[in-house]
Design a protein around this ligand. Sequence first.
Ligand code: BTN
Length: 265
Amino acid sequence: MLEQIQKFLPDDHPWREQIQYYDVISSTNDVLKEMANQGALHGKVLVANQQTGGRGRLGRSFLSPSDVGIYLSVLLRPNCAPSELMHLTCAAALGACDAIEKATGFRPGIKWTNDIVCHRKKVAGILTEIGLNQVQKVDYVIIGIGVNCCQSLEDFPEEIRSFAGSLSMVTGKTIDRARVAAELIKAFYQMDLCLLTEKERILKAYSKNCITLGQTVSVVRAETVRHGTALQIDDDGALVVAFTDGSIEAVNSGEVSVRGLYNYV
Ligand code: BTN
């Protein structure tokens, strides 16, 4: 698989020799975090065929079966304060859409903040994590993405079938997982080049791709559910919602999940 991924990268791609492939791993994010703490360099990439402890946002697990998905994490070491990276997950989601479009010809949308969606089905999820150093600056950033590539509907547990999908289900095509991985690596490399300098452009492009905007949404925070309409993405990548009680608030992805009319999007 590693050779196949490299085949889709230019010979001089700066991250080409930094890719490490695993047949089975606990979680590419967890292992890369350990490597980051041991001094791994900017641009280190882990790719796995299967994860036994794949993690999602808000403490959820991420199903990561063998041979049908791509589980990939990238390590970045931007020299900045964490407050400069509020748009990180949005930037990564945008990069993921670009990559999937290049690999499949189909452009997905984004369910705020970090779900990649095709025809109302989640085909990929992103988990970004930031580590700080002793002076509270960014030590490392890990961008982890899991893409459902080749599953058929029956491959998903029944309870998630109504909102889970794969790239092959959506496109009707055979998906080359190595190509998907290579396009993700290229897209995250490009994203990194402009992450700190083009925040405004990134959030504008994110908004264009975000299918949540304009929708009726349920905002779930701990035990509380509030209903409203998603208005826009603010300067930090938060979702601005007009609630039915008349209040307008920016909700932050770290604390809430958002559900749409169809109970998912
Ligand atoms: C989500 O849907 O909430 C995010 C899912 C993120 C899954 C990816 S798979 C590669 C990386 N390793 C993990 O344990 N999680 C991320």
